[in-house]
Write a protein that binds this ligand. Sequence first.
Ligand code: GCW
Length: 715
Amino acid sequence: MSDAAAPTRFGEGPLSRAAARTAGDGPVDVHSAWLPPEAFRAVGSRRALVCGAGTLVGTVRHELARACARYGGTVAWRSGPADAAPEDRTGAVDLVLALSTAAPLPAPAAEVAEECRRRHGAGALGAEGFALARTGDVTVVLAEEPAGLLHGLFHVVRLGESAFGAGRRPERHRPAVRLRMLDHWDNVDVHPVMGQVERGYAGGSIFWRDGSPRGDLTRVRDYGRLLAACGVNAVSVNNVNVHATEARLLTDRLGDVAAIADVLRPYGIRVHLSVTFAAPVVLGGLPTADPLDAGVRAWWAATTRQVYDRVPDFGGYVVKADSEGQPGPFTYGRSHADGANLLADALAPFWGVVHWRAFVYDHRQDWRDRSTDRARAAFDHFAPLDGRFRPNVVLQVKHGPMDFQAREPVSPVVAAMPATRLAVEVQVTQEYTGQQRHVCYLAPWWSELLGFAPWGDHRTVAALAAGEGGGLVGVSNVGDDPFWTGHPLAQANLYAFGRLAWDPRLDPAAVLDEWIGLTFPPGPAGGHDLVRRTLHEMMDDSWRTYERYTAPLGVGFMVRPGHHYGPDVDGYEYTPWGTYHFADRDGVGVDRTRASGTGFTGQYPQPWRDVYESLDRCPDDLLLFFHHVPYGHVLHDGSTVIQHIYDTHFAGAEEAAALRARWDRLDGLLDPGLHTRVRERLDEQVRCAEEWRDQVNAYFFRKSGVPDARGRRIP
Ligand code: GCW
């Protein structure tokens, strides 16, 4: 949605010198996020041995060397059999990171390799996995491929001293999901409405500035390092809305993409590119972009070959087609399978993939027409195409049927396409969850939807995304802001996205603690326990707090049109966007039942098609997504809908105020620049939460005429 200017920025206080840590070897004015030097204390004070060769092994050595220079450890390296055994020269070692192919392995690594083979068989670690074990006094990380060694190193960093504790049991780690990708909605040119980064709340782009690539890619390399350390392995470098300049990244500006790929490669991150479906016309001068036209097919094949000539490990294309004004196969009377397969065929010789987005709906619908339901659109378009996509097409499905709301059911598309590779897309950037002005830790939300079981059995959304060649994709929340994400606490969302993509079963609260532990090491001012406890208390439930003071019971979209910040209950009610709540004097909500509504509930398999259909069984937090109910409708907790609206909005705004009070306890214990930045944003969150409370409560009081049972003031 793109019809109004972004709100003005505020509170961009400079990062104080004290917080200005070196990120990588990078600029000193960038916050080090979850990789401050202190995170490397445990590995940096050990005697390490690295066995193996190649770019990523070089990165492991480089990381260790830097840590050891700071904390007094040593790093030896053995690239292959020809080298003398370095432990002979350096004496004993505490940490061995070895590729299983780097024979002959030093004794502790050989022992772990043997044990691993015995227990799990050959090839048990895969392209990115690793084993971690203690043998005697040595901690061993073993991997079959260099990327696994790098992930293993960062695992040891996360563990800190405990990686070296006696009695640690052997572990084997492999990512559950193969494609763990961040999509940047970054524009090369500053877009007149959307700016440098569409839905970006953290300053400019780390890749592009005012129509050009940023000359200095230090920041991009530091970003790659942060991503590798949380498990992400792919990045798409431009907006899915591909405008004129951005289209050319595929051809005459390909060098800009290659430069980014060069910088991210040492961290095991592949680069993908958003392309326009009209590229053969707008770049190639062809009269058509018809996917079945031979000339068009030849153009994509030749163009893609040139991409791989420049970027041999290029990941593939991301495409938003026939969506919100972007060109697509419908123009030529072709299907989305025809469109996606065209690009898939061009990419197949190079093992590339096309991420084809399922976000296709009518954004020019008539609000008077009650039969059209935007929630149905992705399923209606794509489910009939199951089985018709090439094996290297990944259908990228937004997690919900609408659009990244703070509460939505899981998209029924994920259960409807067993013969199609799927990637589930979540929004790390907080377009609808407070725009990085509000504290809103999203991992509990993602965890909930990844754990959703469409058939009520073991097949969760996470299992579907983890299926053969599937993926988890997040829209990045990063910009050129000194804290990376505008709101310093929003870094946790980026970190948690990577961790959950690696292992969706992780407990979001534990991931939060991990992030806090790495990002806020004990500082000179002390009070470390208070810092950790307070951050946890503030963030753990912050998504639900946000939900409480915004749109109730899953109804969604009560935001100001265009920029989507702050409340406007009727903002989208009479627009063409398909995002309505249908509140009147008697009730509120969207009837999506088969019995009397749009029939959307019928897109789910059992048990959910009946659970959502039933007014009694539908979970309260999605009630208004599926049903239009009177204000007096009684929820499962005994409260009425109208009283629930009042209660949650009063409570949510109070909780926002409590966040600020908690944060104030940390004054003097944290870097002043960081503390001030968060404090400014909390002021705004408190103000905005009150605005939400008052507008939503007043709106429903005026519609319904039902007073608050507790007699609180409603303006
Ligand atoms: O939610 C909408 C956003 C658009 C975005 C679109 C999409 C990139 O408001 O800004 O466009 O989703 O996901 O394609």
